[in-house]
Ligand binder design. Structure first.
Ligand SMILES: [Cu+2]
Length: 417
């Protein structure tokens, strides 16, 4: 073969391109290895940057493009020389399909075994209704996983086994009523059962028959960018009315003190719940839609401006019991926002403590009344003489007695009305 012919031969040219690509790759690898032995370089920063991955992606695209071009040159060369097609693309595609099935199924296994364990990090539900939600979640996951794996094996196996071949002719099979019926009725039945179970679970959580001997404790939670405001009812067990038109600098929630139920309301910094007692959260929002989310209790409901929503449930495990169970003395239940509501969304959280009823009652007596003397002036309410100086001077949470005194005065006011 003359040198001229060798250069003109496109197959050789394509091979030369491939060789160059592989060679430069190996050369770089050797360079890197050499540097590593002499002087270790910290690549951490580089690996973290987005630019690194963008460049890596572009490099990969370039590599694929070069291989593609080289193959195209090879094909065209064979074509001009009148030779039969060099690569059977049907077989190549079929093999890629089969590989995709194996890699994909391994991916599913990996996803379940690595990220799937995050579900167990959620551990057992700390509320009564939570077990029903977990059960529903598990059932849905089991059914959908079985269907997913089976349909994908069939899909990719068919693409592999029945790839185009010169040895057989495709069978024309346009319609079959029996198959149509099966693949319509079976999924419809399964989905109906799942939806029905979801519907019944939802009803059992949201439509409860109230037990007059065990009435829920009402707690109002108001969301705004980016805080949760918590209002507890006073001894009257009723959270008073509020009106957005009454919102001012000193009345952030717009509580209406013309409603006597508001007079003894308390403002709290955390959510404290007595164990095994039903609680009813009254949820509203001041600005955008937020989502009241307490994952350990399987509680989630949107808080919507201009609309009040309710979530009632019974916590069953105290914070201390959960800490012992998890062997984690720092564990805390959390209230989070599950709506991407703005820049500080991630920071919108509060601690939730589940305690014994005795502890709950003690904690409640230490909370600050919402009604301050300034608010009394605004609403033209009488200012209690004995409680006024103490409540005004001392910091709110350290003076339990002053706060209790104020609550008591409020009660008297409430009774008078
Ligand atoms: Cu939010």
């Amino acid at each position: 073969m003359s040198l001229r012919k060798l250069i003109v031969n496109k197959t050789m040219a394509a091979l030369a391109v491939l060789f160059t690509v592989f060679y430069s790759g190996t050369a770089f690898a050797q360079d890197a290895a050499a540097t590593a032995t002499t002087k270790p370089v910290d690549m951490g920063k580089v690996h973290q940057s987005a630019l690194f991955y963008v460049l890596l992606f572009l490099l990969l695209c370039l590599f694929i493009a070069i291989v593609g071009k080289a193959l195209r040159v090879y094909e065209l060369t064979r074509e001009t020389q009148g030779k039969p097609e060099g690569i059977n693309w049907n077989t190549v595609n079929a093999i890629i399909f089969a590989l995709f099935l194996v890699v994909g199924l391994y991916g599913v296994y990996w996803e379940y075994s690595v990220h799937g364990t995050m579900i167990s990090h959620m551990h057992e539900s700390a509320s009564e209704h939570g077990h029903r939600i977990d059960e529903m979640f598990k059932l849905t996951l089991i059914i959908t996983t079985i269907v997913f794996v089976l349909t994908h094996i069939i899909l990719f196996a068919f693409a592999y086994v029945y790839r185009a071949s010169d040895k057989r002719k495709a069978y024309y099979y346009p319609h079959n009523n029996t198959i149509e019926k099966i693949w319509t009725i079976v999924p419809a039945l399964v989905l109906t059962l799942l939806v029905l179970k979801g519907f019944l679970t939802w009803r059992s959580i949201f439509y409860k028959v109230e037990d007059p001997k065990n009435r829920p404790i009402s707690i109002e939670v108001t969301s705004s960018q980016f805080v949760w405001d918590i209002r507890y009812p006073g001894p009257d067990a009723v959270v008073g009315k509020k009106n957005y038109k009454l919102i001012t600098a000193i009345n952030g929630l717009g509580v209406d003190f013309n409603d006597k139920n508001s007079l003894d309301d308390l403002i709290a910094d955390e959510i404290v719940l007595p164990v095994n007692k039903p609680v009813r959260f009254i949820l509203t929002s001041k600005d955008v839609i937020h989502s009241f989310y307490m994952p350990h209790f399987r509680v989630q409901l949107n808080t919507v401006p201009g609309m009040t929503s309710y979530f009632e449930f019974t916590p069953t495990i105290t914070t201390d019991e959960m800490r012992t169970k998890l062997n984690d003395p720092k564990f805390n239940y959390l209230l989070l926002c599950a709506k991407i509501c703005g820049a500080n969304h991630y920071n919108m959280q509060k601690n939730v403590r589940v305690v014994s009823e005795q502890e709950y009652k003690e904690w409640l007596t230490k909370q600050t009344p919402y009604l301050t003397n300034d608010l009394r002036k605004v609403f033209k309410l009488p200012i209690p003489v004995e409680a006024a100086p103490a409540a005004a001077e001392a910091p709110a949470d350290s003076t339990a007695t002053a706060a209790t005194a104020a609550v008591n005065t409020n009660n008297q006011l409430a009774l008078k009305k």
